[in-house]
Design a protein around this ligand. Structure first.
Ligand SMILES: [Zn+2]
Length: 267
């Protein structure tokens, strides 16, 4: 699943191509006419914001992508062996030295820079917790406008803070001792500070690692499948207090939320 750390990692890899000229661009038929503008252009910038990734080209065209839960990027030398069948590619770019393929991503749009600047979903994103200038205070203000909405739902709202997905949601709330059903508007500045202080290093660490999302420290990873504090551990004993981990579904999209009822008291 593509949470913000995976998108940041793909962004890091794609930045190797900045300054290279696009010799081939292949996109689904709907975008072909627009993509002709990108053939021959230089890649000038790679922007990541939460789970969105934007490639900027020298003639003010961009490719905007969102991997949702299934998309992934493969970046390598020209002629690389593809990890997936070519028919699953939503975008294929060849530059002077590299070949890039975006597989399965449900969002892949070729836009002018003006269209991106008025793109409702992209422009309404909250601060990205992996950006250097991230500030908790903006998130706190937004949380305090959420009324009775539960914190476990609110932290997934990319308009409030962008980059957190379902695994890091449960893990971060556990590490901060915050019950996922607490009203977002009641969470204190120091609780939110703790939440981000726990989560950001974990996600920065995950940015440099491929494979499964691991949040447990090495001394608790007694078996290969032991990766997380609470995520997918329903009924198993909490690593801190041995209380069985609980799970419920939360928010408009009924996302799974895992928590320890003892370490994360409701009041
Ligand atoms: Zn516990």
């Amino acid at each position: 699943m593509a949470e913000g750390h995976a998108v940041a990692r793909w962004g890091d890899a794609l930045r190797q191509l900045v300054g290279e000229r696009v010799t081939v661009i292949e996109v689904p038929p709907r975008w072909r006419e627009r993509a002709e503008n990108i053939g021959g252009a230089l890649l000038t910038r790679v922007e990541t914001h939460g789970k969105h990734l934007v490639l900027h080209f020298s003639n003010d065209w961009v490719v905007h992508t969102h991997a949702m839960q299934y998309g992934s990027w493969q970046i390598g030398p020209i002629g690389q062996e593809l990890r997936k069948e070519a028919r699953f590619a939503r975008l294929r770019l060849i530059t002077e030295r590299h070949e890039v393929v975006f597989f399965h991503g449900p969002v892949m749009e070729v836009l002018s820079i003006d269209e991106l600047s008025t793109h409702e979903r992209f422009q309404s994103l909250g601060p990205d917790l992996l950006h250097d200038d991230f500030s908790v205070s903006r998130v706190l203000d937004a949380m305090h406008r959420q009324g009775t909405r539960e914190i476990g739902d609110a932290v997934l709202d990319q308009r409030i803070v962008s980059g957190i997905g379902n695994i890091y949601k449960s893990e971060g709330l556990f590490l901060a001792g915050i019950h996922p059903r607490r009203p977002a508007a009641e969470v204190t500045a120091s609780e939110l500070d703790t939440f981000f202080a726990e989560l950001i290093p974990l996600m920065q660490d995950g940015r440099f690692k491929y494979g499964m999302t691991v949040t447990l420290p090495p001394d608790l990873q007694l078996e290969p499948w032991m990766r997380n504090w609470v995520y997918r551990r329903r009924g198993h004993p909490c690593f801190v207090c041995a209380t069985p981990i609980e799970m419920f579904r939360q928010g408009e999209f009924q996302r799974t939320t895992y928590f320890c009822p003892h370490c994360q008291p409701i009041a």
